[in-house]
Write a protein that binds this ligand. Structure first.
Ligand code: ZN
Length: 171
C-alpha cells in the first residue's frame, strides 16, 4: 500500500490548519477532515504517530475529539488563568520528567540547570497555553530556540507529548 507522490509533513500540517480554518474551529476531528481534507486521515496518523499528535502539531486543540477516558485524565490539568498556571506547570514538569526535552539536562544532575516551560508554538504566533503546546526546556535550549517555530522541533515535541499522553492513559 504505497502512494505514488510523497507528501511532505509540512503539506499535511498545512492541510490540517487549512481545514480547521475553513471550519472556523480550534480543533479538528477525523470525520471533518475526511470530508474536507485533501489527504486521508490514515496518512496523517501514520506520518505523525497519532491523530492527536498531528492535530497538536498543527497548533490545534486535540482535547475535544479524545475518548472520554482520555478527556477525564487531562481535564483536571487544563489551564485556567485563575489557577495562575501553577497546576499546569507542575503537570508539564511531571509529564516531561523534570528534564529538558532537547538536551536532557536536569537539575537532578546539575545545579546550574534551570528548567523553563516553553510554548512550542510561540504565543506571538498564535500558540495556545495548553499541555499540547507546552514543554520543558533548559534555559540554554530555550534561549537558543527563542521565538522561532521550527516544524522539525515541533514534530519532535508533538511525538513526545503524544507518546507520554498515551502512556499515561494506558496505565
Ligand atoms: Zn536543554
Amino acid at each position: 500500500m504505497t502512494s505514488g507522490i510523497p507528501i511532505s509533513n509540512e503539506d499535511l500540517i498545512k492541510e490540517l490548519q487549512r481545514v480547521a480554518t475553513l471550519l472556523n474551529n480550534d480543533t479538528l476531528v477525523r470525520s471533518e477532515f475526511a470530508k474536507h481534507g485533501k489527504y486521508g486521515t490514515a496518512t496523517i496518523e501514520k506520518r505523525f504517530g497519532s491523530w492527536n499528535g498531528a492535530v497538536a502539531l498543527a497548533g490545534l486543540n486535540p482535547l475535544r475529539q479524545c475518548d472520554s477516558s482520555v478527556r477525564r485524565t487531562y481535564s483536571r490539568t487544563k489551564f485556567t488563568r485563575r489557577q495562575g498556571g501553577a497546576v499546569l506547570k507542575l503537570a508539564i514538569l511531571k509529564r516531561d520528567r523534570y528534564k529538558c526535552l532537547l538536551c536532557g539536562a536536569s537539575p537532578a544532575n546539575d545545579d546550574d540547570v534551570e528548567l523553563h516551560i516553553d510554548h512550542i508554538k510561540p504565543v506571538a504566533r498564535g500558540g495556545k497555553t495548553t499541555e499540547f503546546n507546552l514543554w520543558v526546556l533548559c534555559g540554554t535550549c530555550n534561549r537558543k530556540k527563542g521565538k522561532t517555530y521550527d516544524v522539525d522541533v515541533a514534530k519532535l515535541a508533538a511525538n513526545y507529548i503524544a507518546k507520554r499522553y498515551f502512556e499515561s492513559v494506558s496505565k
